[in-house]
Design a protein around this ligand. Sequence first.
Ligand code: ARG
Length: 461
Amino acid sequence: NAGSLWGGRFDGGPADALAALSKSTHFDWRLAVYDIEGSRAHARVLHRAGLLNEGELSGMLKALDALDADVRSGAYTPADSDEDVHGSLERGLIERAGAELGGRLRAGRSRNDQVATLGRMYLRDHARVIAGGVLAVIDALVGQARTHPEAPMPGRTHLQHAQPVLLSHHLLAHAWALLRDVQRLQDWDRRAGVSPYGSGALAGSSLGLDPEAVAADLGFDSATHNSIDGTASRDVYAEFAWVAAMIGVDLSRISEEIILWATKEFSFVTLHDSFSTGSSIMPQKKNPDVAELARGKAGRLIGDLTGLLATLKGLPLAYNRDLQEDKEPVFDAVDTLELLLPAVSGMIATLTFSTERMAALAPQGFALATDVAEWLVRQGVPFREAHELSGAAVRLAEGRGVDLDGLTDEEYAGISAHLTPGVREVLSVEGSLGSRDAQGGTAPAAVARQLEALKRELRAA
Ligand code: ARG
């Protein structure tokens, strides 16, 4: 069996059913170029340890370069008989370097430390792509916030009208959450930047190879301090899957709002034609499919995380074949986000907001009642009493079918002598917004300051 990595102690090859079950080339092939990079670094430490002479090293590197080119061009692909990417590439190496030289590379390494290292290399590269995609969504949110710096909207809690806020304030709330996701990916990279190469099957190598040299060669910051940990742990994958799921959840929450805002009842936004879909039967339809797919894919990303955690939870140390199941969830998370993020940023960048309608709805639902209570506090009334008086004004207004600014001066005075006509200064959306000018608040000046703070953090990210 040409592609097989073992055989010495076996009578025959694996049963077809086992070979079919074992096979992973259909999903681990995306690690092929990383595998070859790892092989180059490994060849160099074998050389430094005196296990490959000068000529053997250059022959090996030449064969690896040729294999790399053939993998990238698609000229070399896994054969039916190949179990995984590592075995297949050893076959390809031997085809190019001969059995004598090609057969030397496997010394001192195992697929166990290889695969643990290659997965980290792959995920680190894609974490950067994903961070770029999240930053593009943040840019789209910031762009909309800057287009509408002072447009009011109804701020909600429990989905009920709560207090007026600025649309820019609301959009930036999503941007801050996504910025933390970018920072999480960067922080995760410190833990992912540790190379398990050199851990061997589990116990390390007896051949005098230097794991730190391989780590540096492959762009890692350091090598693992424990070879059992190096081959058995997958918390770095799980943490990646968690951040991916969190990004999915954050995109899903934005998307849910866009779906609501695009309804006839809300009519807060219009989706650009290029980011909406029609119906095969209802000619009038314009559907927010991007947002719905984002919401749906959040479930898928959560599934990737929980599936991986379930795979890990019962595993004794060190490597177990169950760990072959670690790759598809994180690969799926990568593919999902790399597909989703550009669509979401495009959807957000091209939204049109109906700012007049949002402004008209901002004060409704007695959204200024808190402002009345806080105005009373500024007049020296204890908040407990102020809350009661403002509540009485709401009750009176509701009974009369008017909003808070529809009550007369006499009606206010009838509730309490504290409620002088001066209260009218907060009975406007502008007054309400402008008064919340502390850090984090919704006043135009405060939102302008948070935008500057966000931009500072984005520059540092
Ligand atoms: N293909 C395996 C994986 O993805 C690596 C091979 C390790 N196999 C073994 N029998 N030790 O985890």
